[in-house]
Design a protein around this ligand. Structure first.
Ligand code: ZN
Length: 171
């Protein structure tokens, strides 16, 4: 199984190839990518590569993507306990979602605590839900970074299905 550093190199090489391809294709008017779309795609891809790697399921120990969170690395320890290595965390559709949901739950928890601690503060209303134009390239970049990790790990797209079937059969 590749190490964190090898995963990062694979992802960066794939990103470079993709960027070169997209640039060439848009020069020939084959595709139209706005700078904003390219930026949000890059944001999602890099966050998925460096901060939200599937190997966070190992973060009860030492793992590259946990180290990149710096002093905040400890927030991933419960995630590491919750998810067995290369289990649900390494599935193609649900796996990446578990990490997004985990971050959302953490942010919600922090926001709730801060609001409870300073109730008199004039908090601004919750931000508007982000538009699809922003979310689509962001999610695409994120998911692509995750899938590259899974391909490098040798995990097949039906991993989740087979995993749960095996569990069912064992019952
Ligand atoms: Zn992995």
């Amino acid at each position: 199984m590749p190490s964190g550093r090898v995963h990062n190199l694979i992802n960066l090489a794939a990103y470079a190839a993709l960027a070169a391809g997209a640039l060439a294709a848009s020069r020939h008017d084959l595709i139209g990518v706005t700078p904003a779309q390219a930026l949000t795609f890059t944001l999602g891809f890099m966050a998925g590569t460096f901060l939200l790697s599937p190997d966070l399921d190992l973060s009860e120990g030492r793992v590259d993507s946990k180290r990149r969170w710096g002093v905040l690395g400890f927030v991933w320890v419960p995630y590491g306990r919750l998810f067995s290595h290369r289990g649900l965390s390494h599935t193609w559709l649900l796996g990446p979602l578990t990490r997004l949901a985990y971050v959302a739950a953490l942010l919600g928890l922090v926001a709730g605590l801060v609001r409870a601690a300073f109730p008199a503060w004039p908090w601004p209303a919750l931000p508007e839900p982000v538009g699809l134009k922003f979310a689509a390239p962001l999610l695409l970049g994120y998911y692509l970074s995750q899938w590259l990790h899974l391909i490098a790990d040798g995990v097949h797209p039906d991993h989740g299905v087979r995993h749960s079937l095996r569990k069912l059969r064992r019952r």
